[in-house]
Ligand binder design. Structure first.
Ligand code: P6P
Length: 334
């Protein structure tokens, strides 16, 4: 039987052979992975753990917080605040940044996360996940501020997600391809189950919330309509459609077998560029997708090139199989 390679061993070997990973970053990845194990444990308990349902509060996005949203956020904060590898954290569930308390040493990294993406699926037992992004804290003597987080996605040093589904699977990139680790619950550790993941450049599968069709802009309507025309239409092939309403699950499917995911701007709230958040949803997913040979734009330009102006700013997201993303993006400038 081929030897199981744990996340720890993988990171040590990456650091030893490629120098990819400063030891502080290696520690950060391992702490995030350990936190995801804890979140997976809480998610798996479901009703037995009294963790389902609403927490009776709203987050900065104005969304109702589920109990597990708050639990997952607390797990990530508590796991990461004492290690000395972080200066501060930012989360979908917190209005402002969380600066590492003075009682702990401050590190050189900034951690951003959506602690539990896909919350609407928690109570119906459908896959959800944690999305994380790591930035370098800018040089300088000053204490860390929100402004330090406002860096383009191209400046990420690590990014990925953990999907809590039939398996608990951690997917990440450090800028040298995409690796996948499956949680071995008997050993209690993540085991390498995929390296150098690649997204096929073409696909026959699109993911979008079709109930919003009447609100879409013309380029998106054109693209989806052409897909729906099937082999008799301009695409000359039939398409399949998926929408899990958990970005993590839709992206994981695309990483596994190709596809295109779209959450575009629409007329419902014209002043908002989109629903998804740039810093801790779109940027980490865009980097993972690009590192796997896919593409990720906001319909106009590369998501990773967007210079952020607000911590919780939203963005239109079109990502996945390169040729499909290029087609939708071209329609936006037609
Ligand atoms: P809708 C989950 O709340 C999320 O942020 C993404 O994970 C998901 O792709 C999207 O929103 C689903 O949105 O409008 O289809 O419920």
């Amino acid at each position: 039987m081929s030897q199981k390679i744990s996340l720890t061993r993988y990171l040590v070997e990456q650091q030893r052979s490629h120098g990819h990973i400063p030891s502080e970053l290696r520690l950060l990845i391992e702490v995030v992975a350990r936190a995801c194990k804890g979140i997976s444990h809480a998610v798996t308990k479901g009703a037995l753990g009294g963790v389902l349902g609403s927490a009776g509060s709203e987050n900065v996005q104005g969304e109702v917080q589920k109990k597990l949203d708050i639990i997952a956020n607390e797990v990530l904060i508590e796991a990461n605040e004492w290690g000395g590898h972080l200066a501060a954290m930012a989360s979908e569930e917190m209005d402002g940044i969380y600066v590492v308390p003075n009682r702990y040493p401050q590190g050189e990294y900034l951690l951003l996360f959506d602690p539990l993406d896909g919350s609407s699926n928690i109570d119906v037992n459908v896959s959800i996940g944690t999305i994380f992004s790591v930035l370098q804290k800018p040089e300088g003597p000053d204490s860390v501020t929100e402004q330090d987080f406002l860096q383009a996605g191209s400046r990420q040093v690590a990014a990925g997600y953990c999907i809590y589904g039939p398996q608990t699977t951690l997917v990440m990139t450090l800028g040298h391809g995409v690796s996948m680790f499956t949680l071995d619950r008997e050993q209690g550790s993540f085991v390498l189950t995929g390296e150098g993941l690649r997204i096929p450049e073409d696909t026959k599968e699109f993911a979008i919330n079709m109930s919003n069709m009447r609100h879409w802009d013309t380029p998106v309507k054109r693209y989806v309509d052409e897909c729906l025309q099937g082999k008799e239409g301009p695409r000359g092939k039939d398409f399949n459609m998926r929408w899990i309403a958990s970005m993590v699950a839709d992206v994981h499917r695309i990483l596994t077998r190709g596809g295109i995911f779209m959450y575009p701007w629409d007329k419902r709230e014209p002043n908002k560029p989109g629903k998804l958040r740039l810093m801790y949803e779109a940027n980490p997913m865009a980097w993972v997708v690009e590192q796997a040979g896919g593409a990720a734009t906001d319909g106009r330009g590369r998501i990773l090139d967007i210079e952020p102006t607000q911590l919780h700013q939203r963005v239109s997201v079109i990502l996945g199989s390169k040729h499909e993303v290029q087609r939708v993006t071209a329609y936006h400038s037609a």
